[in-house]
Design a protein around this ligand. Structure first.
Ligand code: FUC
Length: 799
């Protein structure tokens, strides 16, 4: 296989997508061969399964590609109901009034009487949500276009390399094209309409919103939507400018009409007065910012807006390329999906390559850092939403979903996209401190299973989901991993360590000595959404162990705070690690050996230490890895049971960590077959973006792992991917990795370390003769390399 290294920016320049559809350049470009493109031969009629997403982190839009009406539905990530703006009695989920003795009573029940029904504990410790709110849709951009009697050559696409959605067709002898993108550098949504003949673009542009508190005005070819959400008074504003080359623009009461133009460009900016700042969550009125954003954007010619956008997106997206030999010329993506596993192998591979790349595309589109406290991480729907009462409020779930959103961030070379999560966690701490004190009687900070844009850090009353203080510790590990992958010590010192330390403070207080053996356990403890309340369920203990290990390692790397390290080390020594092998050889989900081998519950929480944790590995803890395998086989059942997309993605990652490429592949295959919509969005149902991100992370985990003492290349390569190549993946230690393989074995390994450091590599390549400078063989398949920062290294099988 021929190798082409695609570096940031290079892709942007090469496949910039600047060619006009229908041009010679476009015609020469083979579909689905080199470009990563989702495409369809008819317009979308369904938002959830067919429309195509574009986004710049803050703005998300869904493009339908209609012929007589184009609908572009958009959201802005900070537009939320709920919080103190909705109800001054908003309590962040903290107990009002206080409940002295309630936690002690729950502990007594569990420790003295044994496992408790979730309803019993929820009655003691839960309380109804107040003003929790929901992520909101913002509005719809409608483009009314002339009726077209006969349409031929229709195509709509989303080019993942350029993050441009395009529609082309021929109507009445005129070839029409439309491009839509969400620009991060210019902070706007851009729509462009054109035709292959001058003066043939006619369009009426309307802006609507489901929010009755917002009003529309039209003046000077600009539509302005502004007002407040009725529920919480949050200010919102969108402004849309209509520019035309040639033709005539006319303002109407609720629209801008253009006739006889050569091209029309529509630029939309939107914002709110939300700020992620405890306790009021409000910043300046968005009017000035939206006006300034729009003014600056419209001053740039369309080609420049496009170029800046493509360069920005390509700089991130182009860092990684996976080639599995997939090709599917002429087959639309929906048909590729329907035919998946039944069609020719190159088509299956094409879909898998696309699905992997799509997770990276979606993360770039839904998670970009903003200056100031205005950004939020990707939520359950990323940044796309059509419902005023979104599924699960379109919020942040902390018992798998929010974390899974960020699994691909570091390993697929998008560390920048992890920033909004780190900021979110950091800014949540003032509220989380209150909750820690009021509910748990602990120092430190906490957040539970669900949180919103207003730092809901306390509890609610849904019995099987209301209690999960582990979420804070699980989220904190993302800051630690960011440091491991980037080597950014300044980040660790300034942001990562303070968060980890304060989370550890909570856990030092929260754990209690188990009366049976004195080991430290979480009580109450609840394995997510499953079983009774007990003491020391496996996931609680494994997360606490992981947190203590991470904070100790961070402390060591920053060489500080010996007294605190001693306290943590003491607790770690007494901690029940939550790793028990049970009566049927399984890894126990609870301290008691009660797992049911017929249980196929979607959460596989007791395998946290296998992934994303690192407490269970085939080489380091073979018996525990075997027990995890037994548990996982049982949890998957006979393969006919239902599981949401995220659950399948998690299982793929587990199998990858167990070095079982076939089973990892089977989990991914089933996710594609059963839980993927035609626009390749993951479905729970409904649409939930975590599965997209989890699948991308799982593929990366099949190709490169770096959580042990060596970077392991191709640890779980499935037989279906016999030959291929990948470039640009990241390993812990700030290392960038590329691999080519044939017949299931690495033929070349490419490496670049950001820093001077010793790197250990594990690959079957090193088991035989190999070429490559400077590596010292260490054991059967391991090579040690003293890498110099910024230098590239290469190892290859002799030709
Ligand atoms: C968790 C899961 C559900 C769903 C919800 C958003 O609570 O158990 O399946 O994904 O999050």
């Amino acid at each position: 296989m021929r190798r082409r290294t695609v570096m940031g920016g290079a892709l942007a320049a090469a496949g910039s997508g600047l060619a006009t559809p229908g041009s010679a350049e476009a015609a020469e470009r083979p579909d689905h061969d080199d470009r990563l493109v989702l495409w369809y031969d008819s317009p979308a009629t369904d938002w959830e399964s067919q429309a195509l997403p574009v986004g710049n982190g803050a703005l998300g839009a869904m493009v339908f590609g209609g012929i007589t009406t184009e609908r572009i539905q958009f959201s802005e990530k900070t537009l939320w109901t709920g919080g103190p703006g909705e109800d001054p009695a908003y309590d962040h989920g903290n107990w009002v009034p206080p409940r002295p003795g309630a936690l002690a009573q729950a502990r007594r029940l569990i420790l003295e009487e044994g496992p408790q029904q979730p309803e019993t504990i929820a009655a003691l410790l839960g309380q109804p949500k107040v003003a929790y709110g929901s992520f909101q849709p913002f509005g719809d951009l409608h483009l009314d276009l002339p009726a077209a009697a006969e349409v031929t050559g229709y195509r709509r696409e989303l080019d993942l390399g350029t993050a441009v959605s395009r529609v082309t067709y021929v109507a009445g002898g005129v070839r029409r094209h439309r491009e839509v993108f969400a620009s991060r550098p210019d902070h706007v949504l851009v729509v462009r309409l054109g035709a292959d003949r001058p003066g043939r673009v006619d369009v009426t542009i309307r802006l609507t919103t489901p929010h009755t508190g917002a009003t529309l005005t039209v003046a000077h070819h600009t539509a302005r939507l502004s007002g407040r959400l009725a529920a919480d008074g949050m200010r919102l504003e969108a402004q849309l400018a209509v520019l035309a080359e040639g033709g005539r623009r006319t303002d109407e009461a609720d629209a801008v009409r253009v006739t006889g133009a050569d091209t029309v460009t529509i630029v939309l900016a939107a914002g709110t007065d939300y700020e992620h700042r405890y306790p009021d969550y409000r910043g300046p009125d968005p009017h000035r910012r939206v006006t300034a954003t729009l003014t600056e954007a419209v001053a740039r010619p369309y080609a420049r807006l496009l170029r800046r956008h493509v360069a920005d997106h390509g700089g991130l997206f182009g860092r990684v390329r996976l080639r599995l030999g997939g090709t599917a010329p002429g087959i639309p993506t929906d048909r590729l999906l329907t035919a998946y596993t039944g069609g020719p192998e190159p088509e299956n591979r094409a879909l898998e390559q696309l699905f992997f790349a799509y997770g990276r595309y979606l993360l770039i589109a839904s998670s970009r850092p903003e200056p100031g406290p205005a950004d939020l991480p990707a939520n359950l729907q990323g940044v796309w939403n059509k419902d005023t009462a979104a599924a699960w409020s379109g919020d942040y779930h902390g018992n798998i979903n929010l974390q899974m959103n960020y699994w691909p961030a570091e390993v697929t070379n998008l560390a920048e996209t992890a920033r909004p999560l780190a900021e979110f966690v950091d800014r949540m701490r003032p509220a989380g401190r209150d909750s820690a004190g009021v509910i748990y009687g602990c120092r430190g900070w906490v957040v539970g299973n669900e949180t919103n844009a207003f730092d809901f850090t306390g509890v609610h009353d849904w019995p099987t989901a209301f209690w999960f203080p582990e979420a804070a510790a699980w989220l904190s590990r993302h800051l630690w991993e960011h440091y491991l992958f980037t080597g950014d010590r300044e980040f660790l010192r300034r942001a990562g360590y303070p968060v980890l330390r304060e989370t550890a403070e909570f856990w030092l207080d929260y754990l209690v000595a188990h009366p049976a053996d004195g080991s430290l356990v979480a009580v109450p403890s609840f394995s997510p959404e499953h079983g009774p309340f007990t003491a020391g369920a496996a996931m609680s203990q494994q997360i606490a162990a992981d947190l203590f290990d991470n904070v100790l390692a961070a402390n060591r790397d920053l060489s500080g705070d010996a007294a605190f390290a001693a306290r943590v080390a003491g607790a770690r020594g007494r901690l029940d690690p939550g790793l028990r092998v049970g009566r049927w050889g399984q890894l126990q989900e609870w301290r008691e050996d009660v797992d049911d081998p017929a249980d196929t519950h979607r959460h596989v929480s007791h395998l946290f230490a296998l992934y994303p944790g690192r407490g269970v590995t085939p080489s380091g803890t073979p018996e525990l890895a075997e027990a995890a395998r037994v548990s996982l086989l049982a949890r998957e059942g006979d393969g006919t049971g239902w599981a949401p997309g995220w659950s399948r993605a998690w299982k793929a990652a587990f199998w990858a960590r167990l070095h079982d490429g076939s089973r990892a592949f089977a989990a991914l295959r089933d996710q594609l077959r059963l839980q993927t919509l035609t626009n390749l969005w993951d479905t729970h149902p409904p649409f939930q973006i975590d599965g997209n991100f989890g699948a991308t992370a799982a593929v990366a985990e099949m190709l490169v792992q770096s959580h042990t003492d060596a970077i392991h290349l191709l640890p779980a390569l499935p037989p279906a991917w016999l030959s291929g190549s990948v470039d640009g993946l990241r390993a812990r230690g700030a290392v960038t990795v590329g691999i080519s393989w044939a017949d299931g074995h690495a033929t070349e390994i490419r490496l670049r370390s950001d820093q001077d450091r010793t790197v250990r590599l594990r690959s079957t390549l090193f088991a035989g003769a190999f070429q490559g400078s400077e590596g010292v063989r260490e054991g059967e398949d391991v090579v040690r390399l003293r890498a110099r920062g910024g230098h590239a290294y290469r190892f290859a099988r002799p030709a």
